[in-house]
Structure formats: C-alpha cells, structure tokens
Design a protein around this ligand. Sequence first.
Ligand SMILES: Cc1cc2nc3c(=O)[nH]c(=O)nc-3n(C[C@H](O)[C@H](O)[C@H](O)COP(=O)(O)OP(=O)(O)OC[C@H]3O[C@@H](n4cnc5c(N)ncnc54)[C@H](O)[C@@H]3O)c2cc1C
Length: 342
Amino acid sequence: MSDPVLADLTTLRVGGPATRLLTATTTDELVAHVTDAWDDDEWLVLGGGSNVLVADDGFDGTVVLVRTTGIDHDADADGVTVRVAAGEPWDAFVASTVDNGWTGLEALSGIPGTVGAAPVQNIGAYGVELSDVLTRVEFLDAATGERAWVTAAELALGYRTSTLKHGRRGAVLTVEFRLGTATEAGVPVRYAQLAGSLGVELGSLVAPSTVRAEVLRLRGSKGMVLDADDPDTWSAGSFFTNPIVSRQFADTLPFEAPRWPAGDDVKLSAAWLIEQAGVHRGYAVPGSRAAISSKHTLALTNRGGATAAQVAELARYVQVTVLNRFGVSLVPEPVVVGDLLG
Ligand SMILES: Cc1cc2nc3c(=O)[nH]c(=O)nc-3n(C[C@H](O)[C@H](O)[C@H](O)COP(=O)(O)OP(=O)(O)OC[C@H]3O[C@@H](n4cnc5c(N)ncnc54)[C@H](O)[C@@H]3O)c2cc1C
C-alpha cells in the first residue's frame, strides 16, 4: 500500500506523503493513537487540514486524523454548557447550535475544520472569537502524558494564537462552550460590515439564524466557504494575520491605512498593505499554479496542480513586497509542516 498523501487531507490540496496515518473515530482511540504516535520521532494531529501548509516532501512521521464524534449539553436558567468531541465538523456544530436556539457561535458560521482545532488559533470572524464562549478543553498533554481539563485562561487565547499553537504539544479531545439561549430580541451584531449588509446599526439585535445566513453569504462572496468546484476556496483561509505594530510605527504609514486599537498597539489590515504594495487579487508568480484568490487578497490559493513550494514562493513574494513598501513583516497564519517559509 502506498503512503497516504497529505494533499488529499488539506484544503490547500498540497503536501506529500506521511509515513503513517492513523484515524481516530472515538476519543479513547484518539488517546491511544496519539500516545502510540509520540513514541515516534515525529507526529502530527490533523483535523480538517484547513489551516496547514504541508511541504511537498510530506511528513516523515505519524499523522493522527481526528474524526471523533459526540455532542452533549447541560442547560440551566442562564444558558447551556456544551461539550463537543474534537473531530466534529465545526460548521455543522455551529448550525446545530443555531437550530437549538443556542447563541454565541452564529458569527463563526462557515469556518472550515474541526471543533478540536478551533482553540488552536482561537478562530475568529465578524467580531467574534472563540475565546468569547470557550470555557475549557479536555487535553492529552504530550509533556506529562496526562489527560485533564485545561481552562480557557490557561490556553492564553489571543488574536489567532494560543499556547496550543505555540509550543504546548498534545491533542485536544473535547471542547466545552458556554452559550446563551436565544431571546426574541436576538443577538448583537458586532462587526460593521455585517451590520451594513444586514442594513442595521452596529450593536443592533438580530435573530441568530439571520446572522448565520448573512455571514455565510458574505463569506461565500469572498471564497471563504469551502467549495469543491471553486479554486478560490482551495486555500487555508487568510494566509497572513493582520500585523500588530506600535502606535509610533503606525504613524509612519499613510493616513488612509486602516487601523484598529489593539491594547497599547495598533492592528493593521494585511489585505490593505498587500493591495497597496501592488499585489492584487488573482496575482500568480509567472508559471506558478498558486495565486492570490480572485475574491480575497489574503487568501493564497491552489489553482489546481500547485505545489507547496509554489504556495510558499507566493507567500514569500507577498511578504517581501510588503516589507519593502511599508517595512511591515507579514506573519503567516497557517501552521507550516516542513521546511517551507524559512
Ligand atoms: C476557506 C477558509 C476560510 C477560513 N476562515 C477562517 C476564519 O474566518 N477564521 C479563522 O480563525 N480561521 C479560518 N480558517 C482557518 C481554519 O479553518 C481554522 O483555523 C480551523 O480551526 C482549522 O481547523 P482544522 O480542523 O482544519 O485544523 P488543521 O488544519 O487540521 O490543524 C491546524 C492546527 O491545529 C492542530 N490541531 C488540529 N486538531 C487538533 C486537535 N484535536 N488537538 C490539537 N491540535 C490540533 C494541527 O496539528 C495544526 O497545528 C479558514 C480556512 C479556510 C480554508
């Protein structure tokens, strides 16, 4: 039997073979597979493969594919506590919360991947982050071998970051959320573009199902909902995070550069910087099958037949162009597996 090819398991559709692939369909199996795998030199836990860039020479180690299922909940007068197995598909779970009248996740509709990966980079969209509703995760810790609940505070969740993304090795087995229950008034809209497209003021209350439908429509128009027939969605979503710089540095940028407060610092728009540096939607390095999405400047896409090296080349081109024009270093958002971006 030939080695499993990771391009088949990632939304960027690139990545060479793994030495061994183990699929976990129950939490006990996930614990057993990861424990077995960490005896190898190299191991990788993989969910939906929607936030990874895997090198063309693949992964010389064991990949544990998380396909566990199961959702349970306890309701009380103030809301509902929901525990979800790591392998549950994120968006199907969000859809079920909206159907059940549970609130807090509707703005995170349409994000690909699994529930277990959501805390890794504290997923966020349309004014909401996972940290708004995450209470704790059940975690198998590779450093100690222990299986225990870890609170959200201990994960140090920040903008597209957590301890899970940076150093804390192991497997998220279960994720626990604290959600609200729908009132007739609805949920507040916390993102200006979403409020605008709904035709309401920022902060207005809107039915969760309406928020979900509009978020899916907006995301679809940007190629941010997976579609097997649309290469604009063959990506890892936004390839670069929005850079956070000092106020002093932000003052050196053109007045019209979009900026938002980020504590004592300032968050810039990576998409604006890329566009203004002269890299436009649809751009591809000549001869390459990797290109900027035609619908979203921040998405690096595979137009069919791209290699990981081509995606990395495009990423470096964007980084160098923005650095030369504005002096800002763009940081890739996906987890890079292999030696690709230096
Ligand atoms: C079209 C598109 C749109 C996107 N839009 C958004 C968006 O709006 N907001 C956003 O934040 N992200 C977005 N993303 C990125 C991505 O969908 C999320 O980061 C998602 O949570 C990744 O889930 P996954 O299961 O695919 O993770 P994978 O890509 O499989 O893994 C990502 C990382 O998490 C680790 N990991 C996965 N599962 C586990 C586990 N159970 N335990 C421990 N570690 C684990 C992996 O080892 C890897 O390091 C988008 C991606 C695409 C392709």
